[in-house]
Design a binder for this molecule. Sequence first.
Ligand code: SAH
Ligand code: SF4
Length: 377
Amino acid sequence: MTANLLDFDLEGLAVFCEGLGEKRFRATQLFRWIHQRGMANFDDMSDLAKTMREKLKVHAHVAALPILSQQISKDGTIKWLFDVGAGDAVETVFIPEDDRGTLCVSSQAGCAVGCRFCSTGHQGFSRNLSTAEILAQLWFAEHFLRQHLVQTERVISNVVMMGMGEPLQNYSALVPSLRAMLDDHGYGLSRRRVTVSTSGVVPMMTRLSQDCPVALAVSLHAPTDALRDNLVPLNRKYPLDELLGECTLYLNKAPRDFITFEYCMLKDVNDQVSHAQELVTLVRKHAAQGLRCKFNLIPFNPFKESGLLRSDDATVEKFASVLIQAGFVTTIRKTRGDDIDAACGQLAGDVKDRTGVADRIAQQRAVPIQWVDRKLS
Ligand code: SAH
Ligand code: SF4
């Protein structure tokens, strides 16, 4: 089998080219053809020597992922379903806004974390995506969109690792893909505009800060360990104080001077004023050590199996106002592309649960969630 060149960051490609007896700088030319020009055919790479092109034809290829479907929302959001083989499919979403184009990228076929409110988590876990499968989503989307929108300039200005999967549980494939996104010979994205979103894999947050610091979003969803244990099972391994302590350390290396905390608003579960007050207390405790953060409240996107409901708008507003009055920048995420099920947590792709994770999670879910009995204040 020949190598898919989408599997490499520039350094990896240089090593590959050296293996073919080519100089390292040839890798830079090749990398630019692939990522900046969207080329897959070596014969079209006119400034590469013919001998090198012949070697590449024997030993390498550039392969996109087969597309199973493409849906375009009335708000311009586009969702693709990509085939990653053996019955697994993953989703990628493009979200156009006035001042930016954001691509939401998947890192795994399924997810082993199994958050209660996430339809990816409900599907179970099949496998990690390779670097090529992660980068192929950006490679295809960027070059498709340039044609589709008749644009020669870059279309995608921001990447968020917020599609299917927990990116920090696929660390070794994630990092080269991030490096290709940041590379000036690749996509040239600013570190501030590439965001890894994590449910809180603490040791890998440390490594990310050392290996490839990019913007970090942390999916918090609860102000106490008791509630978070229930919503995000990974919390039992890395509880809140440890997680927020690591967020504080991450800021020493981060390209932004704050962490974004994502908080999915679940009716009567985590959305009361008292929760917001507990959240303020929790975060203030860590602010004393240097934690700086913003909150992004995400109205829950319901799906049948979850048994959960979306908080109503007034409750979300009330929750936000507690955070704002305490001095935290807080935004309420607009739902985009919900006519094509492209909103947060609706990305279910199609995953064979080869690891039995979905069953184990279903058993845990048999334990009813502790619904709040606090009065609305
Ligand atoms: N695994 C990573 C990234 C993928 S999920 C993480 O958990 O951070 C991206 C975001 O969507 C997370 O903040 C997640 O909590 C949120 N999300 C998941 N399911 C959702 C749903 N049904 N409605 C709204 N947001 C959801
Ligand atoms: Fe996995 Fe993130 Fe979904 Fe949790 S919210 S199950 S970590 S994809």
